[in-house]
Design a protein around this ligand. Sequence first.
Ligand SMILES: [Zn+2]
Length: 316
Amino acid sequence: MRHVGLLYDPRFKLHDTGRNHPERPARLDVVISGLEREGLVSACRAIDAEPIDPALLLKVHARSYLDRIERTCAEGGAFIDTPDSAVCPDSAEIASLAAGGIVQAARSIINGDLARAFCAVRPPGHHAERDRSMGFCLYGNVALAARVFLDEAQHERVLILDWDVHHGNGTQHVFEDDPRVLFISLHGHPDYLYPGTGYHHEIGVGRGEGHTLNIPFLPGAIDDEYRDAFELKIEPAVMRYQPQSIIISAGFDAHRDDPIGCARLSDDIFSWMTRRVIGWSEKFCAGRVLSVLEGGYDLDALRRNVVEHVRLLEET
Ligand SMILES: [Zn+2]
């Protein structure tokens, strides 16, 4: 039985960010051709992209923001809120297809059709705030998936692990007062890297206090620093929390070859982290892992590391 799902749709490449934008359609070309070459596309079960239910989007985003995205795209605007978040007329529809596909992946995991899934989507999502776009992101893909686990599966302990080199500010802010989500982010230190949040002292608010764990790294971080963070901080927190579902914000821009990251990680750490997460999932949640692509802008490093990530999700 093919128990791992793969979300991909060629329409994700229609989100045109313009010339010289690092978040470009070629990222998915290299990911999918790499997966095909290794037989991993046929080894996984295809998940179809479909438009997301607007009512679900409203659980994460303000109506005024959703209207602004629709209007800007319809009018041929060049970006949403910030020039970083470049759009084309198709972008609202593509972002909806990507988020909707992720929601379907989450539902397939909930109903047992899939154990795990990898979502090769554009645009990414973890910087998207409730009411504004940031950092190439339109809809909060991972936050929407977490809402599905919370609201449709009634999970009370959802783990989101965000290893993109940039802090997942949008995801954090959606759930920072909710103890039903443990948000853990490893990222470049906010004094040095976009988006300038994700300090140690951001630990959640109100009832969510203690359910946000930010681990910033100074520029030049290497694999051993990430391993230490897992051993000393992350794994103890996960063991205490005992998640019922696990979502990965899988960015690959902490790689040493990445043109916009600030870390110096090798390929090894991404497979090491993937194995760790799979181990937690088998211990606590019947193997359930939903992994969603975020950043990663060196095409070779992105291809290699996504292929290995999916291979581990599929074979383990
Ligand atoms: Zn990033």
